[in-house]
Design a protein around this ligand. Structure first.
Ligand code: NAD
Length: 477
């Protein structure tokens, strides 16, 4: 029988409640499903002390042993997939099938980094006889991490996997609105035999926790996923204390649809992808630039498919899209729709909240938006697709690059020359052609411009969690 877990912090290898808490809501019916603890200053001090002890042990544990423990925890999470997926759907709202896929994706991040942690190779630099120059990669130290609510399990997985695989300890503040995903991760690591203090999980008032942890001498890396505004603020704070950052921030992904593809197939797959996680994904395809010659067919088909998406409680297996995760997203989307309408855009599907209980909002398709429509510049972070015509690939690339964001970008084309121009010209950390998947565990993921700094995953992901030391060793004095 699946049940929502007790909401506790995990500090120094022990579970910890708090005298204060914040309610956690089920976004499908707005009922209270639990209370997440608010860390006190002494909880944070305990986490700092524990993570210092944890780092001493873990950084001197062999990469093979570290990998074994991470893989054991991932195997436990795979065994517990139904229980974890149930918790995710309850607190976030997404369909249960998507919650299961999220658990698998989170496990893949752990499995990939567990292997990469055994390959943080150094270098021996050619030198004159009698001296050796040795480049070592060592764990950076304690990581202060902050993960958001859109993927309650796979977002904290990214950060915990990177830190632990590299030999670091971590204090992670996961999202208060969706705490169970991270709690399940901590439970799996506890059961897998992770030494106390290596992984510490806290909740509370986000700004109070980041303000306290970032300046600490023992904090050596700030890893954050969330909005660009908060990311810039935390980067500023980190700079004052000379701390490096890993920032995965917002996006506003363009999709370029060239005239050599089937507009019906491209529109259907785009509408399905747009509904994933109710569009609350930093890589969600959002600004569609479609060649004039196929524009009307693409827009009409997209709107038809959008209207057919089955919306409901994520625990119902027939649901294709659940509610939005919180009421802030409803307010944001309503404002963007009203602004687009006022500026003359056509709303082809959706546009209004569904019902008054639960945060349901349909897939919303808007066409013919002027460049100054707010939706064209502000990340909707919801199930909203914006479709505009273009007359050439150059125009599409220019429009795609016109925002300060550069996280994911997509294109549909079968032309090798178009693909090459896109690969060279698009300003983004990730470009996907004829697929709307932006990242998998084995590829480096991250942004350029205001979308952030650094990469997670791939062979590059662990580099942020390590520091380089050069040892110059003359054989005799
Ligand atoms: P928000 O900016 O208030 O919060 C985003 C996340 O940052 C939350 O998890 C929050 O707990 C955390 N946070 C906020 N202030 C913090 C601080 N001072 N220190 C540490 N953590 C802090 O916005 P929101 O309403 O929760 O989400 C809306 C926006 O956030 C979206 O428009 C989207 O751009 C962005 N977002 C991005 C991602 C992503 O995957 N990149 C995920 C979730 C949200």
């Amino acid at each position: 029988m699946n049940r929502y877990p007790d909401l506790l912090m995990y500090i120094g290898g022990a579970w910890k409640s708090a005298s204060n808490g914040q309610p956690v809501l089920n976004p499908a019916d707005e009922s209270v499903i639990g209370e997440v603890p608010t860390a006190s200053r002494s909880d944070l001090d305990a986490a700092l002390a524990a993570s210092a002890d944890g780092f001493k042990v873990w950084s001197r544990t062999s990469p093979r042993q570290r990998s074994d423990i991470i893989l054991k925890a991932a195997a436990l999470m795979r065994e517990r997939i139904e229980e974890i997926a149930y918790s995710i759907t309850l607190e976030h709202g997404k369909p249960i099938g998507q919650a299961r896929l999220e658990v698998i994706r989170g496990c893949e991040f752990f499995e990939w980094d567990a292997a990469e942690g055994q390959r943080t190779y150094g270098r021996l630099i050619p030198s004159e006889p009698g001296i050796k120059y040795i480049v070592m990669h060592q764990p950076i130290g304690m990581v202060a991490a902050f993960s958001p609510w859109n993927f309650p399990m796979s977002q904290p997985s990214r950060k915990i996997a990177g830190a632990l695989a590299a030999g670091c300890s971590i204090i992670i503040k996961a999202a208060e609105e969706t705490p169970a995903g991270a709690i399940h991760i901590a439970r799996a690591f506890h059961d897998a035999g992770l030494p106390p203090g290596v992984l510490n999980l806290v909740f509370g008032i986000p700004s109070e926790i980041s303000d306290y942890l970032i300046p600490q001498e023992q904090t050596r890396l700030i890893a954050f996923t969330g909005s660009t505004a908060v990311g810039k603020h935390l980067t500023g704070l980190a700079a004052q204390h000379m701390k490096p950052v890993l920032m995965e921030l917002g996006g506003h992904a363009p999709v370029i649809v060239c005239d050599d593809v089937d507009p019906v197939a491209a529109a259907i797959s785009s509408a399905v992808r747009k509904s994933r996680n109710a569009g609350q994904v930093c890589t969600s395809p959002t600004r569609f630039f479609v060649h004039d010659s196929i524009y009307e067919t693409f827009a009409r088909t997209f709107a038809e498919k959008a209207r057919s998406v089955a919306i409901g409680n994520g625990l119902d297996p027939s649901t294709e899209m659940g509610p939005l995760a919180n009421s802030r997203r409803i307010d944001a989307l309503e404002m963007l729709v009203a602004d687009a309408r006022a500026k003359g855009a056509r709303v082809l599907a959706g546009g209004e909240r569904l019902g008054s209980r639960g945060y349901f909002f349909p897939v919303t398709v808007i066409a013919d938006l002027p460049d100054d429509a707010r939706a064209m510049r502000e990340e909707p972070f919801g199930p909203m697709a914006l479709i505009n015509p273009v007359s050439s690939l150059d125009e599409a690339i220019e429009k795609a690059n016109s925002l300060p964001f550069g996280l994911a970008a997509y294109a549909f084309t079968h032309s090798a020359s178009n693909a090459d121009r896109l690969a060279e010209g698009i300003e983004a950390g990730n470009l996907s052609i004829n697929t709307l998947e932006a990242s998998v565990a084995e590829t480096p993921f991250g942004g350029v411009k205001d979308s952030g700094y650094g990469r997670e995953g791939g062979a590059e992901g662990l580099s942020h969690y390590t520091v380089i030391k050069n040892v110059s060793h003359r054989m005799s004095i």
